[in-house]
Structure formats: structure tokens, C-alpha cells
Design a protein around this ligand. Structure first.
Ligand code: SAM
Length: 283
């Protein structure tokens, strides 16, 4: 593909979630910048796991950055698996969310907003498809929801990425149980997390019954570290290693989130700290 054609097709596939290099010097304009993604890859401690010759599934792959990263690290096969954002018209969804924010009204579940949910045409998968084509990638894909997929039909994978998915589930323990069923060696689980100073010894999850967490009505449960580890164990993982740093100080992004939540309704004597937690959950 000529660079001009590639640039035009990148623009047509917007908005992008991931910044992915599709040709030398041509990077998609993802909401997650190359710097954010480099930090996330480092935080996942992928270097501690040898992906060479492994089968990998990337659940909630979206534009596929982490799938391509697994391929780059020598995985024998990579399956990008998603359904939710792939079924959305993301440009319209983004315009809808901005409009709600400007009008100060709650953001409704996107799949219920007329004109946004298109599971037959998968407009939200165009970015992933273009990235595969331009990179000449061998990453495979399947449309599906792990909560309803048949684990037998899906098969088992040496390594499972479960990045940014857990808090979208109504039933996180069921989701992790399904994850354990398809994982042969290790799953990397990355999630929104909460730290309540003085309450680290209790396994706690905060429930969001509205779109207060990032203006996203599909965000439900936010565990603390003890709950995350306990959920993974209860789901069938033998050993769970927390590889993320506990936040002494919230990052600016998370401080902003905590502040916004407090302003809405979460005025508490002990200020919770929101951050991203990552575990390696071993079978
Ligand atoms: C925050 S994005 C994370 C994307 C990517 N894994 C990353 O870390 O950059 C959440 C992903 O989970 C998927 N997902 C799965 N089930 C979902 C659900 N019930 N609601 C919302 N998103 C869901 C979305 O389609 C999306 O790809």
C-alpha cells in the first residue's frame, strides 16, 4: 500500500484506540499514545514471560496492539477476540458521549443507543482489519463474548491477555472462571483497581451502578488487590502474582478520576485511590 493510501485509510478507520505502527513512520492516532502503550507493556512484565512458540489469545483486543506485540515477541499463534467495541460505530459513539458530557446527562449503555450497535457489519473492527493488512500480520481473529462462548469450541491457549476487560463484566468471578478454563499456563489480568487506605486487608470491590467511572455505563466492578487475587484463585488459578506497583501516590490521570468521582457523590473520610492493577494468574 502506498503511504498516501495508507494514511487515508487510517483516517477513514478513526477513531483509533491503539497507536500501532502500520508502516515505517506511519502510526495510527490512538487514544492510547505510543508512550502510554510502552508503559503498559512494561507494566505487564511481558519480559518475564517467554512468548516464543506460545499460543496466545488477546481477549478484548480492540485495534489489536497487544496481539501484534505478542506476534512480535515470537508467539506461534495469536487470536484477537472481541465483540463489544467491534460491534459499535465508534465515531458515532464518541460523538454521542461528547454530546452527553456537554449536556451534563448520563451516558446510556452504548449498545442500547439507536444507531450505534451494528453487530452485523462490525464497524469497530475496521482498525484491527486495516492494521492486520498493512502489517502483513498472521494474527487471527474471532468475534465473540467470553461470557457466552463455548470454552470447548474456543480451545485452550498457553497465554491469555485479559486487559481492561474485567471491570466491564456484570459477573467478574464467572468471567475469570471462563478465563481459567481456556488458559493453559498463565493469564495476564489488567484492571481498574481501588486502594482504600487502611482497608488493604479486606477483599473489597466497588460497584458502579451508573456511568460515573469514566462516563462508561459498561464499567461495573472495581476490585482492590486482595479481591483481585482472591477472585483469580476462586476462579481456578493456582498462583496469582501481583506485578503492578501499589500506588503510593495516584498518577495524574487517576487523581483526576478520583477527584471527579468524589465531586459527584463519593465524599468519604478515607479517599480511595484509583489505579490499574495487573496480575499474572498461573494455572
Ligand atoms: C478498555 S478496552 C481494552 C482494550 C485493550 N485490551 C487494551 O487494554 O487496550 C475494553 C475491551 O473489552 C471489550 N469488552 C468485552 N466485553 C465487554 C463488555 N461487556 N462491555 C464493554 N467492553 C467489553 C471491549 O470490546 C474492549 O475491546
Amino acid at each position: 500500500m502506498k503511504p498516501e493510501e495508507l494514511r487515508e485509510r487510517i483516517a477513514q478507520a478513526a477513531p483509533w484506540w491503539h497507536s500501532i505502527e502500520l508502516a515505517p513512520g506511519i502510526v495510527t492516532p490512538g487514544r492510547k499514545t505510543p508512550e502510554i502503550l510502552a508503559g503498559e507493556v512494561a507494566a505487564m512484565r511481558l519480559d518475564a514471560l517467554d512468548l516464543r512458540d506460545k499460543s496466545v489469545i488477546d481477549i478484548g483486543a480492540w485495534d489489536g496492539f497487544f496481539s501484534f506485540e505478542a506476534e512480535r515477541r515470537g508467539a506461534a499463534s495469536v487470536l484477537a477476540f472481541d465483540h463489544f467495541v467491534w460491534s459499535l460505530d465508534l465515531a458515532k459513539a464518541s460523538a454521542y458521549r461528547t454530546d452527553c458530557q456537554e449536556r451534563g446527562v448520563p451516558v446510556e449503555p452504548l449498545e442500547a443507543v439507536p444507531g450505534l450497535w451494528c453487530p452485523d457489519t462490525l464497524p469497530g473492527k475496521r482498525g484491527f482489519d486495516l492494521a492486520c493488512e498493512a502489517r502483513g500480520s498472521r494474527v487471527g481473529w474471532r468475534v465473540g463474548d467470553l461470557m457466552t462462548a463455548d470454552p470447548e469450541a474456543l480451545g485452550r491457549f498457553d497465554v491469555a491477555f485479559y486487559l481492561g476487560v474485567l471491570y466491564h463484566l456484570r459477573n467478574p468471578l464467572d468471567g475469570l472462571t471462563r478465563l481459567a478454563a481456556i488458559t493453559r499456563e498463565v493469564a495476564i489480568v489488567e484492571t481498574h483497581a481501588i486502594l482504600i487506605p487502611g482497608r488493604e486487608d479486606r477483599a473489597l470491590c466497588e460497584f458502579f451502578d451508573d456511568s460515573a467511572l469514566n462516563d462508561d455505563a459498561s464499567n461495573w466492578w472495581v476490585p482492590n488487590e486482595k479481591a483481585l487475587v482472591g477472585l483469580c484463585r476462586a476462579a481456578g488459578f493456582r498462583k496469582v502474582e501481583c506485578v503492578s506497583e501499589k500506588p503510593a501516590e495516584p498518577t495524574p490521570r487517576e487523581r483526576n478520576l478520583s477527584q471527579r468521582l468524589r465531586n459527584k457523590k463519593y465524599r468519604k473520610p478515607r479517599d480511595p485511590i484509583y489505579y490499574r492493577a495487573i496480575v499474572h494468574a498461573w494455572k
